[in-house]
Design a protein around this ligand. Structure first.
Ligand code: UT7
Length: 380
């Protein structure tokens, strides 16, 4: 009997702090009128001092797990798609794995920028359908505000922070992730990048001085690329899933620019109301934009059991991709009491992490090994 991969949980987390277009107009030479008319964005969320890519991802993952009957021990794989990881290594996914107590899971980050969530779900669903794993958590999480040049009006108006997560579970019931498309064109890598901070251009006084640790973008070229691939990828994934474009219930596009989504709608000959748009409130949250839009589309009743959904995104790399999904998951909320019980358990798992570090410290004292970074508790 074939195995299918179903989305059974979904959750999102955004920072509390809202930055409006008017706030931005106080920093750079721009206006609410320009930003709304050229992008559709009205406001975005900005991470506070204590919020990080892992902390937002962890919150989103807990909320997604809250909707399922899974225990964290049941999770086989944690994927965090992110362009703004906490470190080059360890992977942000390992920090999340530890925080949610997924002690039986493998965990890794996925670097495909705004297409990362699509890539992650595609990989995890194939692993489930192939029988290698049964349960996975796929998260898109970003703190892009930390990589923005707040003097560059062409980029600082676009991006925001947030996280979205889904739980994928194996099932014998047909449906779930029907098909996926993953594509890349590395020849366009220079169009959208953070040039320094990797092995090619490690951090120096010069790289900092030249602002090479911030996002640099050729907006017009990315725009042209995006309008081309959004409609193409949607068509390709629909064809693979044997769905007709006109039969799609809803399309969840990457939330980069309303004009890009409108161009995709024209390219597919679909009305705009077939697309879910929430970029007016969050801006472009890169890998988090699609899962956050999925969560809000479900909450708004735009995705219901039986919905045929296409999720489609593009981003740095260049990368792009799409997923076709038959939504079968019933709305299943876990009771408040059970949720509280889980939170307590999560705290316990946090203590487990402290305990393991303590044991390592004692071992270091006994055997003379020094674990760099432990003294600062950098990964908590
Ligand atoms: O996840 C993928 C991430 N990236 C994207 O999706 C970006 C895709 N590109 C875009 O969304 C658009 O290209 C932008 C929103 C970035 C720019 O919109 P545009 O319509 O392509 O504007 P433009 O670059 O052609 O610039 C038009 C004018 C320029 O002035 P001049 O040269 O015509 O005098 C810009 O200097 O608008 C000016 N401009 C601004 N004016 C006010 C650029 N940014 C701003 C701004 N406020 N923030």
């Amino acid at each position: 009997m074939p195995t299918y991969a179903h989305i059974t949980g979904w959750g999102m987390a955004v920072p509390e702090r809202i930055m409006t277009n008017d706030d931005l107009a106080k920093i750079v030479d721009t206006s609410d009128e320009w930003i709304v008319s050229r992008t559709g964005i009205r406001e975005r969320r900005i991470a506070g001092d204590k919020e990080t890519t892992a902390s937002l991802a962890t919150k989103a993952a807990f909320r997604a797990l809250d909707r399922t009957d899974l225990h964290p021990h049941d999770i086989d794989m944690v994927i965090v798609a992110t362009a703004t990881p906490e470190h080059l290594f360890p992977a942000t996914a390992c920090l999340v794995q530890d925080a949610i107590g997924a002690i039986n899971a493998g965990a890794f980050d996925l670097s495909a920028a705004c297409s990362g969530f699509i890539y992650g779900v595609s990989l995890a669903s194939e692993a489930i359908r192939g029988g290698a794993i049964r349960n996975a958590v796929v998260i898109g999480s970003e703190t892009l505000s930390r990589f923005i040049d707040w003097d560059d009006r062409e980029t600082c108006i676009l991006f925001g922070d947030g996280a979205g997560a889904i739980v994928l579970q194996a099932s014998e019931r047909p449906g779930g992730i029907l098909a996926s498309v993953m594509r890349a064109d590395g020849s366009g890598g220079n169009l959208l990048s953070i040039p320094a901070g990797g092995s090619r251009r490690p951090a120096t006084v010069e790289t900092v001085h030249k602002k090479q640790h911030y996002i640099q973008m050729n907006g017009r070229e990315v725009f042209r690329f995006a309008t081309r691939v959004m409609a193409d990828a949607t068509r390709q994934v629909a064809e693979k899933a044997r769905l007709r474009i006109e039969d799609l219930s809803i399309i969840i596009p990457h939330q980069a620019n309303r004009r890009i989504i409108e161009a995709a709608a024209r390219g597919l000959d679909l009305p705009m109301d077939r697309f879910f748009v929430n970029l007016d409130r969050y801006g472009n949250t890169s890998s988090a934009s699609i899962p956050m839009a999925v969560v809000e589309a479900v909450e708004a009743g735009r995705i219901t059991p039986g919905s045929r959904v296409v999720m489609v995104g593009f981003g740095a790399g260049l990368t792009w991709g799409a997923l076709a999904v038959e939504w079968v998951a019933p709305e299943r909320k876990i009771s408040q009491a059970k949720r509280q019980q889980r939170r307590l358990r999560a705290r316990f798992w946090g203590l487990r992490s402290v305990y393991r570090r303590f044991v390592r410290w004692i071992e270091g004292l006994i055997f003379g090994a020094h674990v760099p970074g432990d003294e600062n508790d950098r990964f908590s």
